[in-house]
Design a protein around this ligand. Structure first.
Ligand code: HEM
Length: 130
């Protein structure tokens, strides 16, 4: 198993994705996150040559992974997707901050935000310094 979503073998408490309000809520969080990332000079230069469609797919993959949503990402590995960017911890932290703020802005609880940021942190070593 190499995909980034978790198995869902048994019935359990609603996922963060469901708690947040499902697809339409996630779309709004993605839009908000996207605007924050592109307005931030710490990180927006990385996306300067990325087309809009890829940027959206990046933001959506990021949020879906963080929330444990149903969309499985089937693209390049995290290492390959970020190869040549030489991302540093400050870039990662900026992206995580925007995610937290976009979620807070859409009424996600601080527990929910911590859960999402914890999940994102598990990919840190896969994306940094590549
Ligand atoms: C948990 C952390 C992250 C996840 C899950 C993630 C996810 C992804 C995915 C799925 C892609 C491929 C998108 C595609 O090819 O359509 C990608 C590419 C990319 N990511 Fe991330 N990313 C993370 C962190 C970051 C950070 C911290 C930055 C920089 C600030 C960043 C910048 C980029 C850039 C510039 C691309 C290349 C887009 C292109 O091909 O032009 N990512 N990321």
């Amino acid at each position: 198993m190499t995909n980034v979503s978790e198995g869902n073998g048994e019935q359990k408490a609603p996922s963060l994705y469901e708690q947040v309000g499902g697809e339409s809520a996630v779309r709004e969080i993605v839009d908000d996150f996207y605007n924050r990332v592109l307005a931030d000079d710490t990180v927006n230069q990385f996306f300067a040559h990325t087309d809009m469609e890829k940027q959206r797919s990046h933001q959506t993959a990021f949020i879906s992974f963080a929330l444990g949503g149903p969309k499985e990402y089937t693209g390049r590995s995290m290492e390959k997707a970020h190869a040549g960017l030489n991302l540093q911890p400050e870039h990662f932290d900026a992206i995580a901050k925007h995610l937290g703020e976009a979620m807070a802005n859409h009424g996600v609880s601080s527990d929910g935000i911590n859960q999402a940021l914890g999940k994102v942190a598990t990919l840190k070593s896969a994306v940094l310094y590549k």
